[in-house]
Design a binder for this molecule. Structure first.
Ligand code: FAD
Length: 471
């Protein structure tokens, strides 16, 4: 044995004491004994919505992560998907980034085999002025602006890959009723406990909250959550259009009560997302179907009063733009007329904003609506969640590659800052748009109309907006 100097011995002894102290104090104070724990996992994902299921699939398919034991806990029973000729009333507009994630996970092929409608044009216009902005995929990004996919089809496509025999490391429990979480507060010895209503307890090193806007994982983390309701609801329905067309345009008209949007499904059907006041939404749901269609056609076509001062300024600004060879926004396409709605396809959802100030804690991370919630006016919500999935999987794989533990704070913090850098500005922009467009005072209408005209005229700005919205 090599002789040890007294200072080295003192140093090692101090370290050993520190270590012992750390271990003792880090042991999670838990009300459960080890033999009560049903199973230990490396990762447990709470919430099997679109984001949670895709995350489980992404972890399961990543070669650097496939040795990890993963459990997905979903509260609702397993849904049996059945392809029906009629479209579901819940759809999402997916951006290019989401499409490439889905492609990389071999999910997109199942969606394409069923049905998906590309969006090649977008027209957004203001009912309180003549201002308009349009996006044309051919001019802006050489690819489709977005893809409209039914939520249940997307979930089915993800589940097809998730339950494929090649994916051996992911277990799924449906109908899982979680009664509480006991989170470890220390990075060095993370063991999170998940207690179920039936008395079972699961444990894991890394817990991921994908449990939606009312996330119980986020509550258990004790982080600050900034949130508000818009006092608006999103009325959805499946629509039959009066005329058959190529139907690859997404339409959005800003009414003083909020935006009404038509998302293309196929040559003669579109999906409605009509954001309006809670009282109006409730009235719309009660109307007989024919009167609902009349109200919707009014929302798309009716002439709202325009301020003459705003009109004069915007037409002067339009002619200035034209005189220097820029588009003045006068060329507009006419929106479709709605013939009827699919019977019983109407529903309404509350709309709100939510931002979790932290996405991570020792041994815990949040993804999707659990971390951030936005108004659907820009079709960003689930796309932000899929961005979380991509980054979280990549940073975790990097961590494993460099020999770090799956709960190491460095990769969790990288995940949080990367996502917040993208998500927070998007959330702020969407909230600002909502506030700007639901005010009907002429000076505000004037400012936003001039801004819209200018943005529409400047291709580089439109490209910038699109590139942020699709990444
Ligand atoms: C009208 C409307 C239109 C929209 N349109 C678009 C669009 O065009 N594009 C877009 O990108 N986004 C859109 N969104 C937003 C999008 O729907 C959400 O961002 C998305 O559903 C969030 O997915 P998620 O998986 O994070 O959360 P959720 O869909 O809320 O899923 C959470 C899951 O967790 C489960 N769960 C919750 N608590 C527990 C628990 N304690 N135990 C076990 N399981 C639990 C739930 O059962 C659920 O399955 C729209 C939203 C609305 C309301």
């Amino acid at each position: 044995m090599l002789p040890m100097s007294s200072s080295v011995r003192r140093f090692l002894l101090t370290k050993a004491k520190t270590y012992v102290r750390t271990v003792t104090t880090s042991k999670p104070a838990t009300s459960f004994d080890d033999d009560q724990i049903k199973q230990n996992y490396d990762i447990i994902i709470a919430g099997g919505g679109m984001v949670g299921c895709t995350l489980a699939c992404a972890i399961g398919k990543n070669s650097l992560l496939s040795h990890l034991k993963v459990l997905l806990l979903e509260g609702s029973p397993q849904q049996k998907y059945e392809f029906k000729p009629e479209y579901s009333n819940r759809v999402v507009a997916l951006n290019q980034n989401t499409k490439s994630l889905m492609n990389s996970l071999e999910i997109w092929q199942h969606i394409e085999k069923a049905r998906v409608q590309p969006v090649r044009h977008m027209q957004v216009w203001d009912a309180s002025s003549n201002a308009l902005i349009s996006f044309n995929s051919a001019d802006i990004m050489d690819d489709d602006v977005a893809y409209i996919v039914e939520n249940d089809l997307l979930l089915h496509a993800v589940n097809k890959e998730l339950t494929s025999p090649d994916l051996k490391n992911v277990n799924i429990v449906y109908g899982a009723k979680i009664s509480g979480y006991e989170l470890s507060k220390h990075e060095a010895l993370t063991r999170n406990l998940i207690k179920m209503n039936n008395g079972d307890t699961y444990s894991c090193k890394l817990l991921i909250g994908a449990d939606g806007a009312n996330s119980a994982v986020r509550n258990a983390m004790g982080v600050q959550y900034l949130s508000w309701n818009y006092d608006h609801m999103g009325v959805v329905a499946t629509l039959h259009l009066a005329e058959e067309t190529e139907n690859t345009t997404a339409w959005q008209r800003w009414l003083p009560t909020g935006p009404v949007a038509l998302l293309p499904l196929d040559s003669k059907r579109s999906s409605l997302v009509w954001s309006t006041t809670v009282d109006h939404a409730k009235q719309l749901l009660q109307l007989p179907e024919e009167q609902f269609v009349d109200a919707l056609n009014d929302a798309l076509w009716k002439q709202y009063p325009h301020s003459s001062a705003v009109e004069a300024c915007t037409s002067w600004f339009g002619s200035c733009l034209k005189s220097i060879g820029l588009p003045d926004g006068a060329e507009r396409q006419l929106p479709p007329s709605v013939k009827s709605i699919v019977s019983a396809s109407r529903a309404a959802f509350p709309l709100g904003f939510g931002h979790s100030t932290r996405y991570v804690a020792p041994g815990v991370a949040l993804v999707g609506d659990a971390a951030h919630r936005v108004h659907p006016l820009a079709g960003q919500g689930v796309n932000l969640g899929f961005g979380d999935v991509k980054d979280l999987t990549e940073f975790l794989a990097d961590a494993i590659y460099t020999g770090l533990d799956i709960t190491h704070h460095s990769w969790l913090e990288r995940y949080e800052s990367s996502r917040q850098r993208h998500n927070v500005p998007t959330q702020i922009a969407v909230d600002a748009l909502y506030r700007l467009y639901t005010v009907d005072l002429p000076p505000v209408v004037l400012v936003r109309s001039l801004g819209t005209q200018l943005t529409n005229a400047l291709q580089p700005i439109k490209k910038l907006i699109m590139s942020h919205a699709t990444t």
